[in-house]
Ligand binder design. Sequence first.
Ligand code: TYD
Length: 138
Amino acid sequence: MKKSSIYDCSVIELPVNHREKGNLTVVENSLDIPFDVRRVYYLYDVPSGESRGGHAHKELRQLIVAASGSFDVVLYDGKVKRTITLNRPFCGLVVVSGIWRELDDFSSGSVCLVLASHEYNERDYIREYQEFLEWKNI
Ligand code: TYD
């Protein structure tokens, strides 16, 4: 997805089962998100002022959810930059492959839940910004 743009990324609303005793959100493969989930991980206890990410993926697609608290996701496709604030556990940001991303402004106690389309593979990462621009042919 070398040609992907940030406009291929979108915030989707996930189903919520509202109950007096609390809410429940389910994410099912292919039904609620446009890929099958092969891996789940979560970021937490991110110190104030720290940022995460700072890379792109060649193939990996992700759904990023603020399971608790809030943070910003800065997306960059080599041409256009867009910042999306996630702060609701029933909203997920679909990030397609070929997008540079940075996560920052984590609120205290926030949890960043990531549902990923593939198992961990370091070879899928582009960690150097210049390499990313060259890969995108920019
Ligand atoms: P990284 O994806 O660079 O984290 P972030 O983008 O949040 O800063 O991963 C940080 C480290 O954790 C890196 O050494 C690779 C390792 N890691 C795994 O071993 N498995 C995984 O599924 C993930 C996401 C990371």
